[in-house]
Unconditional design. Structure first.
Length: 182
């Protein structure tokens, strides 16, 4: 996928998050893109590392700033919580050029945003980190993954970590369905 296709996918993702009532700050976009890439297998090819609030991509952060600079993405400051991003009408010209890309990934984005759209940043941090732990380790047992999540994020109590791992497992089943083996 080239850069402009990725940008269009991100624009659709942000738009769908907003439609689901999501705040759509950078943390929301980061976690949504992480799930889209790693759970839904959309080839965004961003490198994510475990950071302060879970998986984070510095490349994606830079891309969000480029999208703002290109007039495709706007933000509204909402003190004391930070900015809420939204798609600018200037993005229509670009979106018209990538109709096939949009139609290819829109159903997946719709499914994913239905799952994570209502989540706040604290819940997203937990569930995205649960996915990170699941993907980055050989741990399969829920209690082991919950312990690892709690070890990486001590501010998340074990019981909440366990619930996050279970939520991720359930979300993975709903999103991937029969495609889990692909």
């Amino acid at each position: 996928m080239n850069r402009l296709q990725k940008v269009v996918v991100l624009l659709v993702l942000i738009e769908k998050l907003k439609e689901k009532g999501n705040w759509c700050g950078e943390t929301h976009i980061q976690k949504a893109a992480y799930f889209l890439q790693n759970l839904c297998n959309v080839p965004l090819d961003y490198e994510f590392v475990l950071y302060k609030y879970g998986p984070f991509s510095f490349e994606l952060s830079d891309e969000i700033m480029r999208m703002r600079a290109d007039g495709l993405l706007k933000y509204a400051p909402k003190p004391p919580y930070g900015a809420s991003f939204y798609v600018d009408t200037n993005s229509e010209h670009l979106r018209c050029k990538f109709v096939k890309t949009i139609s290819k990934y829109s159903p997946t984005i719709e499914l994913l945003t239905g799952e994570i759209g209502p989540m706040g940043v604290k819940e997203l941090e937990k569930v995205a980190t649960a996915m990170y732990v699941t993907m980055e380790s050989e741990l399969g047992i829920v209690s082991d993954r919950a312990s690892r999540l709690n070890e990486l994020k001590p501010h998340i109590p074990y019981d909440e970590a366990r619930l996050a791992v279970e939520e991720f497992d359930n979300m993975q089943k709903r999103v991937r369905g029969d495609k889990k083996g692909e």
